[in-house]
Design a protein around this ligand. Structure first.
Ligand code: ADP
Length: 185
């Protein structure tokens, strides 16, 4: 997709970017690098959920928290209002569409996802569920159900070179957004 297809967001001088994808596709690492390269503020939503208890307890079977989507949206609303945020999370459909100017869906080969989650010490059932999720492109489908096609950028994240290219691509979109906003003033 050409960068000229960036959606209009007249109120915000800085874009909000969502980086989503199956766990292990590289969201958090990519978001950190994008935040540095493009001078955005980063929120790893998974950390926010834990720190501010935006959940309904712990799911022992899946070794994860039961997400309380309403609490997450309420907590983040003020943070997103002025733009300039780079957030990452493994699911994306419950965020308000109006928050985002770019939705990046990271993808990775099954073997990469498997190895990264194994290295993280995930239980076998959690690894299998996530690998299956990546094969079935669950997050990509969710993004397409929730956001306009021109907002979505699907990127492969298998190698360090992929990651560096992805960061550059996203940072260019941020520049483009800022330029367009400045022209409108
Ligand atoms: P996520 O946030 O999607 O769960 P992380 O950013 O935590 O994924 O990445 C999981 C692991 O995989 C980390 O050790 C990270 O350094 C590594 N990793 C992620 N993306 C890549 C990539 N494109 N190339 C090499 N290693 C990667």
């Amino acid at each position: 997709m050409d960068s000229s297809a960036l959606p209009k967001s007249p109120q915000r001088a800085n874009p909000n970017i969502l980086i989503t994808g199956t766990p292990g596709t590289g969201k958090t690492t990519t978001a950190e690098m994008v935040a540095l390269a493009a001078e955005l503020k980063k929120i790893t939503v998974g950390d926010l959920v834990k720190e501010r208890k935006l959940h309904d307890g712990y799911n022992d079977d899946m070794d994860t928290y039961w997400l309380n989507e309403d609490k997450v949206v309420d907590e983040m609303e003020a943070m997103m209002a002025d733009g300039g945020m780079c957030i990452d999370f493994h699911t994306c459909g419950f965020f308000p569409e109006r928050w985002f100017d770019l939705v990046v869906v990271l993808r990775a080969d099954t073997k990469k996802v498997y190895d990264r989650l194994e290295a993280r010490g995930y239980k076998q059932n959690k690894i299998s569920e996530n690998v299956e999720c990546e094969i079935m492109q669950v997050v990509l489908d969710e993004a397409h159900e929730s956001y306009k096609p021109e907002l979505i950028l699907e990127l492969q994240s298998n190698t360090v070179e992929d990651m560096e290219e992805n960061v550059e691509k996203i940072a260019r979109r941020v520049d483009e957004f800022r330029r367009k906003h400045a022209q409108k003033l």
